[in-house]
Design a protein around this ligand. Structure first.
Ligand SMILES: *[C@@H]1O[C@H](CO)[C@@H](O)[C@H](O)[C@H]1NC(C)=O
Ligand SMILES: *[C@@H]1O[C@H](CO)[C@@H](O)[C@H](O)[C@H]1NC(C)=O
Ligand SMILES: *[C@@H]1O[C@H](CO)[C@@H](O)[C@H](O)[C@H]1NC(C)=O
Ligand SMILES: *[C@@H]1O[C@H](CO)[C@@H](O)[C@H](O)[C@H]1NC(C)=O
Ligand SMILES: *[C@@H]1O[C@H](CO)[C@@H](O)[C@H](O)[C@H]1NC(C)=O
Ligand SMILES: *[C@@H]1O[C@H](CO)[C@@H](O)[C@H](O)[C@H]1NC(C)=O
Ligand SMILES: *[C@@H]1O[C@H](CO)[C@@H](O)[C@H](O)[C@H]1NC(C)=O
Ligand SMILES: *[C@@H]1O[C@H](CO)[C@@H](O)[C@H](O)[C@H]1NC(C)=O
Ligand SMILES: *[C@@H]1O[C@H](CO)[C@@H](O)[C@H](O)[C@H]1NC(C)=O
Ligand SMILES: *[C@@H]1O[C@H](CO)[C@@H](O)[C@H](O)[C@H]1NC(C)=O
Length: 642
């Protein structure tokens, strides 16, 4: 190891208050330790007084800023073997701590210790000889030897897949600021993450230390909300309150580390043509040049790309969680409608909007879901009915066993294991046959009823455009014009095409009609298809359909111009029926990439639908399936599985 003074190179320094005449606001500093960049927040977490002890002179001779490892001794005398076990524990548990932080060791104990400097450890302090001003958890810190101030060390990572708008750090006043630090040589934003050693999850704080990125349509105190539009980002000042949905995660201990890119105003956009104001985030799977789906694009790509990120929050109105979960091969959910309050979140349509969370692991996913969807009931018994809607699965699936090596074969093998786990067999249903036989529209209109693709053809497009024009587009355009001498803001082609469609409709008649059609479908799907509720298993049934099947969607191919989203398909079921739709990774399929000119793999994922407000039953089911080895956690990068 190098000597301390050269190990820590100061790259930038925020400054301090110097005089009353002018004020310099500290914004922290970036330091490099053994080639790794760290962010040191501007405010110390504690301090110690060195006096004139021998420790003071050895500490000062070690340098101005000394990296320290604070260790717990649990009241016992601390020796060399305790330090060795702390080192191996820290190395395994935390990506922020490194051996470079062993220049100083501080033992959080007033008992005696038998450590002596050596093996790179230059200074040893303890609560006995050098008491702290305030208790702090163990972990890596940086000590300013001129003042005795102790600062946290946050590791900096590059946003290589361009998933984020900016990194965020707590401002110490209940809000956040944009991270000022950057990694030298990184042509992208940086994100700072705190040491995992600072946090201990508990029942009150199950998400303690969990690093979460938030889609940039959720308001967070101190930060601007951009909604994927540059003019919108610039027009409005930083928010003065955090929306309740994100606050609930913070209250559970989560650390918000970044604002993730969203396609514009959370409308569907495809890479790369549609993304005019911002460049679309990169889907890390396969050749790295596949569309990451939308609109929670940055949230989905980041959780698939960065092992240092634990969760990412997005929203789903018409598929904005499920599409990215499928394309990026991660767990991602559209919850029951109303699962979390959406005040201070940009709306597409309040009747349809929901907030979901991405994860790479079914058990961590459950921890977040159980905490976030606090008003739902836990269920640990699972439905015995697996609904297999034949109209949603390819006909090849039904007439003969799926071709070996196909996505259908992968789905079939997964469903067979699910059948074994639930001790049941799938029930084949046809939505069309059921609708023809039991639609509430039969008596009123005709027999058979108008098909679902007629009843629901424009329902989604009508609701999102009418609502978003009234709630977002018109107020924004008016505010922008007022601030810019009558000029209009730039709007990406996709939201513009949708709003143009919405402006042809009469809200007074069209919106009630759309709500009526949605409600007819919802009641039918909940009561007839899902067959109501069950005291033991919440939902009587689970309903499966394919989410992604390993297909390509190259981001360097030119696509057709955007239009309003008409039509009906399986991804619209949960939208109108208000039920949860949760995406689970199943496997990955090979393809010959036109980019890398080698064989790569892309995600195969399945969607689980259950009765409204039965979300926690599904979270428990996936955790149990993971314990049983039927569902597997995914890793980051090109491949989902090792
Ligand atoms: C995505 O990020 C990973 C690191 O997590 C990096 O290896 C990869 O090159 C990035 N992909 C693209 C297309 O930038
Ligand atoms: C917060 O901002 C909103 C509008 O952006 C404003 O109406 C409200 O008064 C502000 N509250 C405070 C405490 O500043
Ligand atoms: C859940 O319950 C809490 C406490 O009663 C309440 O404040 C909150 O609004 C509820 N959330 C939802 C989404 O209903
Ligand atoms: C599975 O279900 C069958 C009948 O459906 C029953 O006889 C059997 O005991 C069940 N097995 C288990 C392990 O629950
Ligand atoms: C359902 O009814 C439609 C007419 O609305 C008809 O075209 C279709 O064949 C019927 N489908 C089934 C499976 O009964
Ligand atoms: C169908 O007719 C029944 C009886 O007239 C009525 O109660 C129901 O609301 C109607 N349904 C729809 C969707 O119009
Ligand atoms: C859906 O609505 C659009 C726009 O009105 C129309 O062009 C299209 O033909 C409709 N499709 C169906 C299946 O009704
Ligand atoms: C509602 O459903 C009827 C068929 O029952 C269809 O003709 C109409 O276009 C639908 N309207 C909307 C707004 O979804
Ligand atoms: C609906 O659920 C009930 C239990 O709640 C069950 O007895 C009945 O068989 C189910 N019907 C169908 C069609 O699955
Ligand atoms: C890739 O191309 C080779 C050569 O044309 C072909 O044999 C192979 O089946 C292809 N693999 C996939 C997954 O399409």
């Amino acid at each position: 190891m190098q000597l301390l003074g050269t190990v820590l190179a100061i790259i930038a320094f925020g400054g301090t208050t110097i005089a009353n005449a002018f004020q310099v606001s500290p914004s922290g500093m970036t330091v490099v330790l053994d080639g790794i960049s760290y962010f040191v927040p501007p405010t110390p977490v504690a301090s110690f007084s060195l006096g004139h002890s021998s420790q003071a002179s050895s500490l000062k001779s070690a340098g101005t800023l000394v990296p320290f490892t604070f260790v717990n001794a649990n009241g016992r005398s601390f020796g060399v073997s305790d330090l060795d076990s702390a080192i191996s524990k820290n190395g395994a548990a935390d990506d922020v701590w490194s051996k470079g932080f062993l220049s100083g060791v501080y033992i959080l104990s007033s008992a005696s210790h038998s450590l002596k400097p050596g093996s790179g450890v230059e200074v040893i302090l303890s609560s006995k000889d050098t008491p702290l001003s305030k208790a702090i958890p163990p972990g890596p810190y940086v000590v300013d030897t001129s003042s005795g101030s102790i600062f946290e060390a946050w590791r900096l990572y590059s946003d290589e897949n361009q998933s984020f708008l900016y990194g965020t750090i707590p401002d110490g006043k209940g809000g956040f600021t944009e991270l000022s630090a950057n990694i030298e040589g990184a042509a992208t934003v940086s994100v700072a993450v705190p040491s995992r050693l600072y946090f201990t999850p508990s029942a009150q704080k199950p998400l303690a230390g969990a690093r979460i990125a938030i889609k940039d349509i959720f308001d967070i105190k101190g930060l601007r909300t951009g909604c994927g539009n540059r003019a919108f980002f610039q027009l409005y000042p930083p928010k003065n309150a955090t929306c309740p949905a994100v606050q609930r995660l913070i209250d559970g201990g989560a650390v918000i580390v970044a604002k993730a890119k969203a396609s514009q105003f959370a409308n569907g956009e495809s890479a790369t043509d549609d993304w005019v104001d911002y460049h679309a985030p990169y889907n890390p799977r396969g050749d790295g040049y596949q569309d990451g789906s939308s609109s929670s694009t940055g949230s989905g790509t980041s959780i698939a790309a960065y092992p240092w990120l634990d969760y990412a929050v997005g929203s789903d109105t018409g598929g904005s969680m499920r599409g990215p979960a499928g394309a990026n091969g991660v767990f991602g959910n559209r919850p029951s409608h109303g699962a979390v309050p959406l005040d201070d979140v940009m709306p597409l349509s309040p009747e349809l909007d929901t907030a979901g969370i991405f994860s790479r692991d079914a058990k961590s996913w459950k921890v977040a879901g159980d905490w976030w969807y606090q008003n739902f009931t836990q269920f640990n018994k699972f439905p015995k009915t697996i609904l297999f809607p034949t109209d949603e699965w390819g006909s090849s699936f039904l007439t003969h066993p799926p071709r070996a090596g196909s996505a259908d074969a992968m789905f079939n093998a997964f469903i067979q294991k699910l059948e074994g786990f639930l001790n049941t067999t799938r029930t084949e249903i046809s939505l069309t046959t059921l609708w023809n036989a039991s639609s509430p529209l039969i008596a009123n209109v005709s027999s058979p009823p108008p098909p679902l693709r007629t009843v629901l053809n424009t329902t989604y497009a009508d609701l999102i455009t009418l609502d978003q024009i009234a709630l977002v587009a018109d107020p924004f355009i008016a505010d922008f014009k007022a601030a810019h001498a009558g000029q209009s803001p730039f709007i990406d082609p996709a939201p513009l095409a949708r709003w143009d469609y919405g402006r042809t409709l009469d809200p007074a008649t069209r919106k009630p009609e759309a709500i009526t059609n949605k409600t007819v479908f919802m009641n039918w799907f909940q009561d007839v298809v899902l067959n109501g509720t069950n005291e033991e298993t919440c939902s009587n049934a689970i309903f499966l359909y394919p989410q992604s099947s390993g297909g390509t969607f190259y981001r360097n191919e030119y696509i057709s111009p955007p239009s309003a989203p008409f039509g009906f398909g399986s991804s619209r079921i949960a939208v109108h029926a208000e039920v949860p739709d949760m995406v689970v990774p199943v496997g990955e399929l090979p393809y010959n990439s036109t980019i890398s000119l080698t064989t790569e793999t892309l995600p195969v994922t399945i969607s689980f639908i259950a009765q409204k407000n039965c979300d926690l039953m599904l979270f428990s089911l996936f955790a149990a399936l993971q314990d049983a080895g039927i569902v597997n956690p995914v890793i980051t990068g090109q491949k989902m599985f090792t």
